[in-house]
Design a protein around this ligand. Structure first.
Ligand code: ZN
Length: 334
């Protein structure tokens, strides 16, 4: 016996829902006559059940829009990043990729590149090749009076300490003694570099840089509002909000990430002039930073210059301090 067509579940409405085109299907807000979008939540006024063609266009619309923004945003980020900041502050907030999202993309690109290209066991290999690189670890080797392990090469001392650090039969006191004889380590250093910390460091030195790299994105994210505060100080009594400086800070960091990331890749590839890639990107990021200060805040040449130098010095110091802190905290809590 054949079933009537309306009983087929395929043709029935699987999820009974409200009438389309009268109320917004997303939030229930009543549509204005002939509205293409809901005035309340922004969802398009489309049939409730999308057929393949509409589904595809719905998807592509969102995607093309996004792709269009990408192609508008990145060329500007390369050579006129201030236009992105100015457009956003002017109120053109939908034209380009949102500054916070741009920051996220570029920082992901940068840290992904760095963690791929910087060998995480760099400290381990440096110690192993220390004698070839001329690295001197601790004292004792050159004064002529040292004997035993203390008189051996950095490489040998490193392997000795590493083996002592891993060995569960070596007590902490015994390891401390090994530290004293190989590196002239003194118990007065312990508040800064503890015996336990050094033992963990020698046991895990191959993972140390990887751990530092993992903490850097967080450090940079914490520094962003501080960079914003420095801009507040630089532009004191000028008609800008803290939020304006944050937007500017997003863009400045975004092009810095972009160029330093590209320099890393270029350097890795070893193409022509790759030794200068870092210097070139530093130069270009500085130029763009200068231009950005000048254009966004509409300053003259000299009033840009002193702000640029002061900002560079202050933020450079903050960066170095934070970097030292991250190295130390990673060492301490590894
Ligand atoms: Zn709605």
């Amino acid at each position: 016996m054949e079933k009537p067509a309306e009983d087929f579940p395929l043709y029935a409405d699987p999820i009974p829902g409200p009438d389309e085109h009268v109320h917004c299907l997303n939030c229930g807000h009543r549509f204005a006559p002939k509205a293409n979008f809901c005035a309340h939540c922004g969802q398009g006024n489309k049939p409730r059940r999308l057929q393949v063609g509409l589904l595809l266009s719905d998807f592509l619309e969102g995607y093309m829009n996004w792709e269009g923004k990408l192609w508008k945003t990145f060329p500007l980020l390369f050579y006129r990043p201030w236009q992105l900041t100015i457009a956003f502050l002017y109120g053109r907030r939908k034209r380009y990729i949102h500054p916070a999202r741009l920051y996220l993309f570029t920082s992901l690109f940068y840290f992904f590149t760095v963690s791929l290209l910087v060998p995480t066991d760099v400290i381990d290999t440096a110690f192993q090749r220390a004698d070839a690189l001329g690295i001197q670890m601790g004292g004792g080797a050159d004064d002529g009076e040292a004997e035993g392990v203390a008189a051996s090469s950095t490489r040998q001392r490193y392997f000795y300490l590493r083996q002592r650090a891993i060995d569960p039969d070596v007590s902490l006191e015994a390891f401390q003694e090994s530290l004293s004889e190989t590196m002239s380590w003194d118990s007065s250093y312990s508040p800064i570099v503890s015996v336990e910390g050094l033992r963990r460091f020698f046991a895990n030195s191959s993972t140390y840089v990887g751990n530092v790299l993992r903490n850097l994105p967080l450090m940079m994210f914490v520094l962003l509002p501080i960079f914003g505060l420095l801009l507040v100080l630089m532009l004191w009594r000028r008609p800008f909000f803290y939020a304006d400086h944050i937007i500017h800070a997003f863009h400045i960091h975004a092009f810095a990430y972009l160029f330093y990331g590209l320099a890393f890749i270029y350097n890795y590839l070893g193409w022509v002039g790759s030794d200068y890639a870092a210097w070139f990107s530093f130069f270009w990021v500085s130029m763009l930073g200068f231009g950005s200060l000048k254009k966004v805040y509409r300053l003259g040449f000299w009033s840009t210059t002193w702000r640029f130098i002061l900002l560079g010095t202050l933020y450079g110091s903050v960066l170095l301090l934070a970097l030292g802190l991250v190295f130390w905290l990673t060492f301490r809590y590894q």
